[in-house]
Design a protein. Structure first.
Length: 274
């Protein structure tokens, strides 16, 4: 239940965004003379797929619940910016919207930060767990990924399975983190499609998904058996970025002196035939 002050702020925000739109901007006829600027309540209700009565109650700050799906629809029809969408969800006390970044949308400063971490492997994951940026060391560690989804790579790519020294333990931990991370998005087509695909194609994914394990990210240690430089041990650090919503930066710091000494060799271009 939202406190009255929050309900009032939500109502005022919705009204202010509705008032700034014109019928032409949303593809509606202008109709007869309007006494007030912007769209009428019945128009935004129609566009958003909700009843006029319900939307009116929302703008009257009544104590009604608002689903994530309705918030997404309102944000879309009100033409909200990314910052406005986050504000709308915050006022409604809902999980923040997932604004998925793709590789082309990674801010240049973030890419430079990832590159600057060489020779330590580093990469960016978006809210779908797709790799959207990485540095030379990460590419040398796991290879240039043809499929960029980390969960799919871990559970379906034989090269990654061989690379992870304790594949069952590390894969299961990653899956538990993934489940926790996408919990608020279960039901979305892209998430459900990936889960269904991996339950069909990976017996381990299917079995462990049914176990309902949940894990928050901690400073994980991962061990790799690299085909060119041998065993590497890293402690992983995670940072959530402010420049790209839903995107996280992962930096892999050497956990021992042997690994640190191998990093220059890791990023060195292998000779032909080596």
């Amino acid at each position: 239940m939202l406190p009255q002050q929050r309900r009032r702020a939500l109502a005022d925000f919705l009204r202010s965004r509705r008032d700034r739109l014109t019928p032409a901007e949303v593809g509606l006829p202008a109709g007869p003379r309007r006494r007030a600027p912007g769209l009428r309540r019945e128009e935004i209700a129609q566009l958003s797929g909700v009843s006029v009565t319900w939307y009116t109650w929302l703008e009257q700050a009544r104590d009604i619940s608002v689903s994530r799906q309705v918030l997404e629809s309102l944000a879309r029809e009100l033409r909200l910016s990314s910052a406005e969408r986050r504000h709308l969800f915050a006022l409604a006390d809902a999980a923040p919207p997932d604004e998925i970044a793709d590789g082309a949308g990674v801010p240049a400063a973030l890419q430079r930060m990832v590159d600057a971490l060489d020779p330590n492997p580093a990469y960016l994951l978006d809210a779908n767990w797709d790799l959207v940026a990485w540095n030379r060391a990460e590419a040398a560690l796991i290879g240039e990924p043809a499929d960029r989804n980390l969960i799919r790579l871990v559970f379906t790519e034989p090269r990654i399975r061989a690379l992870l020294a304790d594949w069952p333990g590390q894969a299961r931990n990653l899956l538990a983190q993934y489940r926790a991370d996408v919990a608020s998005r279960l039901g979305e087509p892209s998430i459900e499609a990936l889960i269904a695909e991996l339950r069909r194609t990976s017996p381990e994914f299917d079995r462990w998904w049914a176990d309902q394990d949940i894990a928050e990210f901690s400073s994980n240690r991962r061990v790799f058996d690299h085909p060119r430089v041998g065993r590497l041990t890293f402690d992983y650090a995670k940072l959530s970025t402010m420049d790209a919503t839903g995107t996280k930066l992962f930096a892999c710091m050497p956990a021992d002196q042997t690994t640190a000494e191998k990093l220059p060799q890791l990023i060195k271009e292998p000779r032909a035939g080596s």
